[in-house]
Write a protein that binds this ligand. Structure first.
Ligand code: ATP
Length: 232
């Protein structure tokens, strides 16, 4: 579903992503785990087409980000660290707006079902987003992904700022999205959350993918590789 081949991105003297190759099959939850400045967000920005790679290629469902960005974006949903929604509109109105942007008109009942599917309780559907917690905003983000039938869901630091319950709920929701056939790429520096959520983990540092391990098999040595001596 996602095929990254030899991707390099430099900002002046700084190599943010260095020869990244990564293949993520349909239905997998993959986590890029690494410290600040590792190049995780830049990787997402390259997949989204917000940044252009200096070298290499990125294919989403067979479409090349450099050549067919429109087709790529139809297949993508992105939930940034701070989910950007219209604060004065309700969850349902935001969902209606973003699905219309994707060219789909849903009935009120369908919007309600999408929000419920994403775990947002019905009593919140008509309240303004400004009253929502981060976890609730993320659920609207997942509902938007459902509404456009996204094949690839990208999440940037999904668990940061969430309480343990919301964080566990989000992990379950991400697992559900993947079980329904979407592919998920999340970036994080939270090992515990990554272990709870992902199938495989890429250990990322200085723009380089150091190794890929099963989430259940990440060891203290792997962490040492990225955090070098800092007890986590
Ligand atoms: P964090 O966890 O802090 O978000 P990250 O792993 O997401 O870190 P990136 O934000 O991708 O890391 O940054 C990788 C490197 O590229 C850093 O050294 C950063 O300063 C640099 N960088 C990222 N974006 C830009 C930019 N637009 N201009 C210049 N340098 C940039």
């Amino acid at each position: 579903m996602l095929e990254i081949q030899g991707v390099t991105k430099k900002f002046k003297q700084q190599t943010a992503v260095d020869g990244l190759s990564l293949s993520i099959p349909e239905g997998e939850v993959f986590a890029l785990l690494g410290p600040n400045g590792a190049g995780k967000t830049t990787t997402l920005n390259l997949i989204l087409g917000f940044e252009k790679a200096d070298q290499g290629s990125i294919l989403v469902d067979g479409f090349d980000v450099a050549k067919d960005l429109g087709e790529v974006r139809k297949r993508l949903a992105f939930i940034p660290e701070n989910v950007q929604l219209y604060p004065h509109l309700s969850g349902k109105e935001n969902l209606a707006y973003f699905s219309q942007l994707a060219g789909i008109q849903y009935s009120d009942e369908q919007l309600k079902n999408l929000l419920l599917e994403a775990g947002l309780q019905e009593k919140a559907h008509d309240s303004p987003i400004s009253t929502y917690s981060k976890g609730m905003r993320q659920k609207v983000g997942v509902a938007i992904a459902y509404s456009k039938k996204a094949k690839l869901l990208l999440l940037d630091e999904p668990a940061s700022g969430l309480d343990p319950l919301s964080s566990a709920e989000l992990s379950q929701l991400v697992r559900k999205v993947a079980a329904q056939g979407a592919t998920v790429l999340m970036v994080s520096h939270d090992l515990f959350r990554v272990k709870e959520t992902a199938d495989r983990v890429g250990i990322f540092k200085n723009g380089e993918l150091k190794k890929i391990v099963k989430a259940s098999e990440v060891t203290a040595n792997d962490l040492e590789l990225i955090y070098q001596g800092i007890v986590v």
